[in-house]
Ligand binder design. Sequence first.
Ligand SMILES: [Zn+2]
Length: 265
Amino acid sequence: MPELPEVENTKRYLIESGIVGLQFESVWTDSPTKWMGITEEAFLSVFRDAKVVMVERVAKYLVIQTENGDFLLHLGMTGWLRIQNVDNPAHKFARHVFHFNDSRELRFMDSRKFGKIIYGEPPKVSVLCDPLAEGFALEDLGLSVLSRKRSIKSILMDQSLIPGLGNLYTDESLFQAGINPFTPIYKLSVGQLDLLTEKIKTSLIRSLDEYDLVRGVDDSEPYFSMTPWDIQRKENDPCSKCGALMQFSRINARGTYYCLECQPM
Ligand SMILES: [Zn+2]
């Protein structure tokens, strides 16, 4: 699933591909129910001939800013974007296509169709707690969250608190910080919270660095599997740090891997 690094990578891809300055000419979709707050026809009445001014990321939303206002794209579980010439054969999972005035198109591929095009009030997202934002710190969650008995993993996975960390980045960050995923958040010291904050950032940035290397080199498939993980995601395989056997449990129904030696309770 696209998480923060994948969405940030997509934003960088769109900008590097030259979307800024292009003007919308027409749209096509095979999934009109995924258009929120606007139909394709209404989209054209607002955005036809509008120039793209910039692309921003707010949590896991891509904000396409135009001369005539903004709209948002959410990649859902399997969404990915490409800017391609109209002559390039379309991918079989192309669901939404935005034609520009210069024979290029923004193509939104989405095998499972959870992605969305959104117009109107942007969804409420906690930008204060964007782990890729400057100054992000777990202490920003505030005492009402930090004093809870919920496990640190379920807090990190809570999209209303920290958007876009996802299961894999969460397990990796906890592993790097040596923190057991079942630890209630109130039991973590300030030092542990600081270390976890640092490891969350490192895990995300390490992934983004990988995407920076491959972006634009081969754009035929989505960039969902470039991330270098140190955590071993197989039960009973040896931990990459200490060799002890990896444990597997479920937290909020999500598969969770951890090493009891490196991440003691
Ligand atoms: Zn270990």
